[in-house]
Design a protein around this ligand. Structure first.
Ligand code: NAD
Length: 352
């Protein structure tokens, strides 16, 4: 990789156990005087805690974020933000909540602070997504990039182990596809290798003890690095298929990434030897796809797309959508290739 272009994504990160307490200073730094706190219904308590930290200046809590940012939820959140005269948003949660903050930013220009509580990595990217009529639309816009990211590993201590594992694999998937991206670069490779290594070590440890703060810290650091890879590069076949499976079939985002990754890696890595070398080092294995499938299964992740609710009859629609528009990939992908990958993932052929 001797010729490349790398564009740094401007990002402020506040990292460390207890750093949620620094929210007021981060809001002050951005001159936010009426931030609206966002969360999912399940994380309302945490949103209320963030609102209390922000004190009287907080404009309120909107706790209706949902997976894949349905357009009606985004429209309602924007209306609430306008009604309460919010001058920014504080997104406390996973990719769904941060995605809602981005949707508001896209329409209004309001700045977003995020405090991630999963490993999805959305906080590190200028990528937004909106789902309407069964289609998920995504785009890149610098205005949606959070202005400040508060990574507090204590916020992840209550993330259920099953969600932690699949969310961790979601992060690993960003690094895998960044390594063979058309805009890969040496700095992205460094982040990807360390991100994968961090998560590969942390996930078994936090599965054994979900309250292991060192493991949670390592996992969140890995998620930060992998999210940075996602923000810096163009994703390929794996993300394309996950996007369709989530947007059209409403399959859960992180579990889909976890199940599908070994199959796409098995298809792509033989034509991306440099990427494969990095992953072999990071995972300490000679069989990257098999290792990913084995570890995910050992840590209790779903084994197949069938388990997630996809059926053989759905494949034709997934393939049609995948072939409709061109996308980056290290090797050409035919409709038959997509069918073969999906059929294997549907049956879980690599899972022990
Ligand atoms: P999520 O945000 O939907 O969270 C999953 C569930 O876990 C939710 O019910 C949430 O309330 C709960 N939860 C989250 N953190 C918790 C915690 N610490 N403790 C207890 N419960 C917790 O899931 P996700 O996988 O983080 O995000 C998925 C969404 O993010 C998808 O829509 C995906 O497309 C999007 N995404 C976007 C980008 C991007 O760059 N734009 C990147 C990754 C993911």
């Amino acid at each position: 990789m001797n010729t490349f272009t790398y564009e740094a994504v401007p990002m402020r990160v506040v990292f460390g156990a207890g750093s949620l307490d620094r929210l007021p200073q981060e809001a002050e730094r951005l001159h936010l005087h009426r931030p609206l706190v966002l969360s999912t219904p399940g994380q309302r308590d945490l949103a209320e805690r963030a609102a209390a930290l922000l004190g009287d200046s907080c404009a309120g809590v909107f706790a209706e974020a949902r997976m894949h940012v349905p357009a009606d939820v985004a429209a309602k959140a924007l209306e609430v933000a306008r009604d309460v005269a919010a001058d920014g948003c504080v997104a406390v949660g996973g990719g769904s909540t941060i995605g809602l903050g981005k949707a508001i930013a896209l329409k209004s220009g309001l700045p977003v602070i995020s405090a991630p509580t999963t490993y999805a990595g959305s906080e590190m990217t200028p990528i937004w997504g909106l789902t309407e009529n069964g289609r998920k639309q995504t785009g890149r816009d610098r205005s949606v990039l959070p202005r400040s990211v508060v990574y507090d590993p204590e916020l992840t201590l209550r993330l259920p182990v099953d969600v932690s594992v699949t969310s961790g694999f979601n992060a690993i998937a960003h690094a895998v596809e960044a390594l063979y991206a058309p805009d890969a670069s040496p700095i992205v490779s460094l982040m990807a290798e360390e991100g994968v290594r961090s998560l590969a070590t942390a996930l078994p440890a936090l599965t054994a003890d979900p309250h292991d703060l060192d493991a949670r810290t390592a996992a969140l650091r890995g998620a930060w690095l992998c999210g940075s890879c996602l923000g810096a590069t163009t994703m390929s076949l794996h993300h394309k298929l996950c996007h369709i499976l989530g947007g059209t079939f409403d399959l859960p985002h992180a579990p889909v990434h976890t199940v599908l990754l070994p199959y796409v890696a098995s298809f792509n890595l033989p034509t991306a030897p440099a990427a494969e070398r990095v992953l072999r080092r990071a995972l300490a294995t000679d069989d990257v796809p098999g290792h990913l499938a084995r570890v995910a299964t050992q840590l209790g992740a779903p084994r197949s797309l069938d388990e997630l609710g996809l059926t053989e009859n759905d494949l034709t629609e997934v393939i049609a959508q995948a072939q409709r528009r061109p996308y980056a990939n290290p090797r050409p992908v035919s409709a038959d290739d997509v069918r073969a990958i999906l059929t294997d993932a549907l049956r879980g052929t690599l899972a022990p």
